[in-house]
Ligand binder design. Structure first.
Ligand code: VGL
Ligand code: ZN
Length: 210
């Protein structure tokens, strides 16, 4: 059970993008996305500190394939800040798809951090936008709160969880990814690449959160 984790006062459960659009029937459904919800609810009971992220795009966001004639979802294209995978329209601000999954039940969560709200740049990571330069403010928030070790769960393992984990390390936090409370999109080998990049960055990958 989650008690095996025994999180302390400097530990945070960081719940990434558990939103309708990433779950069954959503615009960018992650296979098995719904399966993480019960697990995350259970894990959260062991944590004094929980933070949720919410992918939160304006209509017409530059990461949407619909904005780039001739391109299709999952294509990669060059945007001014670098290579960007294109997605179906998803997590549009105020839409049903952008809402947190209705069965996610973490009343004691302390912050909901929204990201990806600038039309011209995507943000996978909870720390930095995809220009890898513009901060969301999360690192400062965590430092000011004295939170040092981050346990990451949610969607998708190979995108927002992956980039958040790498940036967490880059910002000097201990990072543990609880893989059984994550699910990946796995397009073109992205999941295997993400797992090895996280390992190489010193992220602890745990198969079984307990
Ligand atoms: C995500 C693709 C686009 C994620 C968000 O939450 O992993 N992936 N936007
Ligand atoms: Zn997105």
């Amino acid at each position: 059970m989650s008690s095996r984790l025994n999180p302390g006062a400097q530990d945070l459960l960081l719940v990434i993008d558990v939103q309708n659009d990433f779950c069954a029937g959503g615009a960018l459904a992650v296979p098995g996305g719904d399966e993480v919800v019960a697990k995350i609810n259970q894990l959260a009971t062991a944590f004094a500190h929980v933070l949720l992220t919410q992918d939160w795009h304006p209509p017409g966001h530059s990461s949407f394939a619909s904005q780039h004639p001739g391109h299709r979802p999952f294509d990669t294209m060059q945007l001014p800040y670098g290579a960007q995978t294109l997605w179906p329209d998803h997590c549009v601000q105020g839409s049903h798809g952008a809402e947190l999954h209705p069965e996610l039940a973490i009343a004691h969560a302390e912050l909901i951090l929204r990201k990806g709200y600038r039309a011209e740049v995507d943000s996978y990571s909870a720390f930095y936008e995809n220009d890898r330069h513009t901060p969301t403010g999360l690192a400062g928030y965590l430092r000011e709160r004295g939170l040092q070790r981050l346990f990451l769960v949610g969607l998708a393992t190979d995108y927002c969880v992956h980039y958040s984990a790498l940036d967490g390390r880059r910002e000097g936090f201990e990072v543990v990814v609880l893989l059984d409370a994550c699910r990946g999109l796995d397009s073109n080998g992205s999941l295997a690449r993400a797992l090895s990049a996280m390992r190489a960055a010193g992220v602890e990958l745990r198969e079984d959160a307990g």
